[in-house]
Design a protein around this ligand. Sequence first.
Ligand code: SF4
Length: 364
Amino acid sequence: MSKSPTSYSDLADRVVRHYKKTKRDLPWRKNRAAYKVWISEIMLQQTRVAAVIPYYERWFNRFPTVEALANAPLDDVLAHWSGLGYYSRARNIHTSAKELHQHYGGQLPQDAKELRSLPGIGRYTAGAISSIAYGKREPLVDGNVARLLSRVFEIEEDIKSTSAIKQLWELCTKMVPAGSPGEFNQGLMELGALVCLPKNPKCGHCPLEPVCLAHAHDRTGELPVQAKRKKDSDKPLLERDALFVIRRGKILLAHRVPKGLFGGLWELPQTPSRPELAGLLSLSLSFHGKKPGMVHSQVLSHRRLCIRVWPASAEGRTKLAASTSYQALKWYPLSQLTTLGISSASKAIFQNIAELRAINREQQ
Ligand code: SF4
């Protein structure tokens, strides 16, 4: 177990006092309803605050209640998530909303264990909803909290290791005060996000400076201990060939099955190699040029993506061959592309639509 720099209640008091004085005015702090806490916490995972704000506001205009969300088609939910990435989050929210609507009268349960039985709600999100919306004495640890506590308590193990994670949750469980659990949890996260930065922590502005062991021992640059991250160039490369074909103002799109990478989203039909495209779609294709019209490269969390986009003309009636990736094909009006659930990769490709169309026209 780590060394204890001070009493847990003193530490909690410092965090809560500082949070009350300095908290940012964010849209999700105006209304602490459990549904709002839930959606904001899921949106904020892996995503910056500034990027989340417009999504959060659009979401509650379209899905003001759990019931409205449960009754909406998945396509619509994904369209409102489009660009936030990690689409399983949106699919899980939708499934959970249906369950909440059917079995809980549209209300999120207060108990963290019960919350964790819902798809996509893990220990962290359950702790956030339970403490912030319902005032329950539940802890939470996110990446920012882990970094901050590893410094305050001088934790010497890799913060992603099982034993460090166990230690961090135990510390938070002891520290979270009965009187203001939500403010304490938000205060810890806020300090981790704004003050105890990965590089050059702002110790002079930190209420924990007098009790922080890493600061006292001049070790803030050494902690937290972290195993080396994989370089982007070491991530496996996923290469795809995509078809770009337009007929009478409509573009051919494929709808992914609702699981796995980009599950449930629409995109240009893609296969691992160009010759497989005609077979997937039952079309006779003539490609315009020997080189792709564009190549989109992107680094995802666990892999690199390279999509070669091939402008082409197509003959015949489209019919989807048996596919493990797609559930449907559709000719979609170009003017309505913005209403679809699409990935950031598709968004980047569609930004080049004018150039891709020009290649198609030149060759016709
Ligand atoms: S004193 Fe510095 S290192 Fe310690 S918690 Fe505060 S910001 Fe982080």
